[in-house]
Ligand binder design. Structure first.
Ligand SMILES: Cc1ncc(COP(=O)(O)O)c(C=O)c1O
Length: 388
């Protein structure tokens, strides 16, 4: 336990000192295949030459300047995000993390409610959702065990059991519905496309804002730019973070509801600084090309094929497989085995994540190599054999 840090994480006993692609190296130079990409952040792996060059060049020019001066790359990045998302007209706000992007959305919804003259508004989220750890986003997170002990909350959230139940919960005070289209922390659960599209239509008719939390699902994680594109939805607000700047801290809220916030309504010291937004533009440029040339689709295809084989040959351990693109999960039949499996994977030099109580989660870099995929799954199978 550290003397000088809050004792809130429970880190594994391995420290990584350097990395290349999707391979991390510990102090002794031992290599580990990374199927986690820093929980969906290092979407281009480590040490990507173009990205490193962009970061170094920008750091030499200017790292940070306050938002009291214009930052051109914010405009460039927001425009790119809007176009890739399939929108002509969107306005964005840059911040530094996923929770902050959702916090911005929640504040934006309050302002929107005021503009509409709704005095006591509510926002509907799902019981099993995860939207962050700040007070408002923790309140939006429908998982009661995560909230316990941190009350009081802003209390504008109503929790629905599932997508179907959202409709039952909508009343005259409902201003927004906030959803992850594939629940990341809540067990790699993807919702039904038709059900989502029906909900999107219903919300449009009712004039209720549709807010999609794309923090884990965005930036081509599903194979499309956003999960909203994958499910063919047109939300009013999207929130992004994680992979957007390939490892630099960034958060972004984008909305098609123009000119709701006024001058002075919101702000962030670091949000959208030249280093992070220049890097984000480069990440999007690189990934857009990989998408167009089907490189991401090919990686998804190979990764899923290997995972399918693992699932089929280890059916005594796993009961189901879930997820989309490179956001995938294997459900363990016995949840007590989750922690041991994570540890035995580490011992066998392959890094995986957990989700919920019984899911092994895979969030590899979008450019993970064929060699790394093959070696990673070979090691994963070895870990499973050891667990059995
Ligand atoms: C769907 C979703 N929303 C919000 C967050 C919070 O993001 P951050 O940890 O950057 O604040 C996460 C983080 O895992 C997430 O997966």
């Amino acid at each position: 336990m550290s003397k000088h840090l809050l004792d809130i994480y429970n880190p594994f006993k391995v420290e990584f000192l350097y990395a290349k692609g999707s391979t991390l190296f510990d102090k002794k130079g031992k290599d580990y295949i990374d199927f986690t990409s820093g929980i969906g952040v290092n979407c281009l792996g480590h040490g990507n030459k173009k990205l490193v060059k962009t970061i170094a060049n920008q750091a030499k020019k200017i790292i940070h300047v306050s938002n009291i001066y214009p930052i051109k790359t914010q405009e460039e990045c927001a425009k790119k995000v809007a176009l890739l998302s399939g929108y002509k007209n969107m306005q964005g706000f840059f911040c530094n993390s996923g929770a902050e992007a959702n916090e911005t959305a929640i504040k934006f919804i309050r302002k929107y409610a005021k503009c509409k003259g709704i005095k006591k508004h509510n926002i509907i989220t799902l019981e099993n959702s995860f939207h962050g750890r700040t007070l408002a986003t923790l309140n939006a997170t429908g998982q009661k065990d995560k909230q316990l002990g941190f009350e009081p909350f802003p209390n504008e959230f109503i929790y629905a059991k599932d997508v179907q139940d959202i409709k039952n919960k909508i009343d005259k005070n409902s201003v927004a519905v906030m959803l992850e289209l594939i629940q990341g922390e809540g067990g790699i659960k993807a919702f039904d496309k038709k059900e989502l599209q029906t909900l999107n239509q219903y919300l449009q008719e009712k004039g209720v804002l549709f807010v999609i939390d794309e923090i884990q699902t965005g930036v081509y994680r599903t194979g499309e730019f956003l999960a909203s594109n994958f499910f063919e939805l047109k939300p009013d607000i999207i929130t992004m973070a994680k992979g957007l700047a390939g490892g630099l801290p960034i958060g972004l809220m984008m909305t098609k509801k123009i000119n709701i916030f006024e001058k002075g309504d919101h702000g962030s010291t670091f949000g959208g600084n030249p280093l992070c937004t220049t890097t984000a533009v480069e990440v999007l440029t690189i990934l857009e090309k990989k998408y167009r040339t089907k490189k991401i689709a090919n990686t998804i295809c190979l990764f899923q094929k290997k995972l399918e084989k693992i699932f089929k040959t280890n059916n005594e351990l796993f009961s189901s497989k879930s997820g989309v693109g490179l956001m995938l999960g294997l459900k363990l039949k016995e949840e007590e085995k989750l922690q041991s499996l994570l540890e035995v994977c580490l011992k066998n030099q392959v890094l995986v994540l957990k989700s919920g109580k019984d899911i092994i989660r895979f969030l590899p870099a979008l450019n993970i190599s064929r060699k790394e995929i093959n070696l990673g799954f070979k090691r994963f199978q070895k870990a499973l054999d050891e667990l059995k």
